[in-house]
Design a binder for this molecule. Sequence first.
Ligand code: NAD
Length: 403
Amino acid sequence: MGAGGGVRRRARRRGRTVRGGLRLHRAPVGGTEGPRSRGNRRHAGRRRHVRRARPGGPAGADAARTADRRHLRVPARRRAGGVAADRVRRGRDGGPRDRGRHRRGGRRVRRPRGRETAEGTVRSERRPVVIDAPEPLAGRVAVVTGGADGIGLATAERLAAAGATLVLVDVDPALPDIATTLADRHARAVLPITADVADDTAMADGFARVDAEFGRVDVLVNNAGIMTPHLVPVHEVALPDFDAMLRVHLRGAFVCARLAVPLMRRGAFGRIVNLTSVLGTLGLPGRSAYAVAKTGVIGLTRSLAVEGGRYGITANAVLPGWILTGRLRARLAAGTLDHDRYAERTPVGRWGDPADVARMITFLALPASGFLTGGVFPVDGGYCVRGDADEDIGPVHDRQEVG
Ligand SMILES: NC(=O)c1ccc[n+]([C@@H]2O[C@H](COP(=O)([O-])OP(=O)(O)OC[C@H]3O[C@@H](n4cnc5c(N)ncnc54)[C@H](O)[C@@H]3O)[C@@H](O)[C@H]2O)c1
């Protein structure tokens, strides 16, 4: 492929369309006439290579070729030391218009953008800031795996409260009842899919149902997981147990992500949140299979972030510390887990609540969180940053916390 092909591809990539209020980062396909796109116009003051087709000017492939030639001329004009003619744009009145910059006393200065008022320049006109809408996920569809219990159920509650339509995936046969309860409580559509996340056929059917019913997937929370109650050293781990651990956590998250991504790309928006663990970053004895799975989840997250970035899809991992879910409460009650030991080891001096994790997941799922991607966000009360667990950090004091 010659250099011209690369330039053309870039020119096409920069084409944008606006559909249904959402800005789509899509290339125009042939025959585009008039202004290339609103997105381009919006960025005309900032982006050097983004151009606006003039009415009556070249359209479609011709416009792209013209853009190519202009792009290629830029270095020569820079060498000539003048203001590049291709940077000069015609304003509505036919007069010359530059791209937001002009020269004063030989220095390039930024021309104020936005509306001039008595208070100064109002810039927010161009980019409305909407971060605290009452239901920021209204109209969005969120899939939560392992949504019948624990962190998944708490997350489903939060996402529904934020306005999302829910799809819950779980192997728990009580899932349909749980979905009905949630739907009643939040007055939202909640679709239960009773399936194993690692079963690609069942999950393909499930996502096809979601597509048929709602026509979109905006959020995927890969939360379904299993834990073994006993600690087993690597050399004693039965391989079927190892396989089972990887199957649910890693294959399950992978299967769901590969089904969700095409739907997210189609909608030009996506938020993927994968659940990892302190075992994804720290070595602890007797939990090797779980650690392998949770470390793999972080690798998947990074790949999804890089692949999705250009399509409006973010991917992040949330790293819970010790969280008091029903299952762990049962183990505490059975005496197979020491409550005080983990509370003491955690700098904030307590176990986490499923709602602590659900808040972080919901935050990452918001449309306004689009610049957060590829991250691993601990919700562990400081567990992972405490270096020396034997060093005394004192007693837990009375404090105020927002629940
Ligand atoms: N609770 C913690 O302290 C903690 C800490 C770190 C990480 N995590 C992770 O957070 C996630 C949720 O943990 P939790 O404590 O809420 O667990 P949980 O056991 O309370 O809930 C897990 C849910 O996943 C479902 N599930 C299990 N296997 C499934 C499968 N193959 N397909 C579909 N659904 C399946 C279960 O039925 C259950 O409803 C897990 O990935 C877990 O590894 C939890």
